[in-house]
Design a protein around this ligand. Structure first.
Ligand code: HEM
Length: 136
């Protein structure tokens, strides 16, 4: 039985309803999280990128809950982020994850350890899938 990530989903809803710019905050944090990150976004339209990531987070939730649309969406991202395409190194995902958690912690007024645990579990599932495709 696939599990339900209810706490992360309601946390995401609170972030979006808060009127704070979760995805903007995320990129502000992520870009300075390690010197290897900002050069990768030097030519990126960050407002388009925020919308792409919002969709990516929804896919990650679906993927973690066993939804086949989530699985195919995350598999597509796995392909674009692989060594022969965008070449996103597996070691960069820990900065991504910690930055996302920090952005949620600053945006969800009810953020706490249980919500953080659920977010980390669900996002780690997506990271494991994406990074397992790095060398393929
Ligand atoms: C689970 C984590 C991640 C998710 C869900 C994700 C999602 C996405 C999505 C949806 C796109 C749009 C293009 C596409 O659909 O392939 C994208 C582009 C991109 N991502 Fe990621 N990403 C993740 C991690 C990372 C990490 C760790 C880096 C490290 C620097 C990164 C760097 C990039 C870059 C450079 C682009 C292209 C930007 C451009 O078009 O200029 N991503 N990502």
């Amino acid at each position: 039985m696939a599990r339900n990530f209810t706490q992360a989903k309601t946390s995401l809803g609170r972030c979006i309803n808060s009127g704070n710019d979760l995805f903007g905050k995320f990129y502000d944090i992520f870009l300075v999280s390690h010197p290897s990150i900002s050069p990768r976004f030097a030519n990126t339209d960050m407002s388009a990128q925020k919308a792409l990531l919002k969709n990516g987070i929804n896919l990650a939730i679906m993927y973690a809950e066993g939804n086949p649309i989530g699985a195919s969406g995350i598999s597509r991202i796995r392909d674009t982020h692989s060594a022969t395409k965008m070449n996103i190194e597996p070691g960069q995902y820990s900065y991504w994850l910690d930055s996302f958690i920090k952005a949620v912690s600053e945006t969800d007024p009810q953020f706490g350890p249980e919500i953080e645990k659920e977010w980390r579990e669900l996002l780690q599932m997506t990271i494991n899938h994406i990074t397992s495709g790095y060398g393929k």
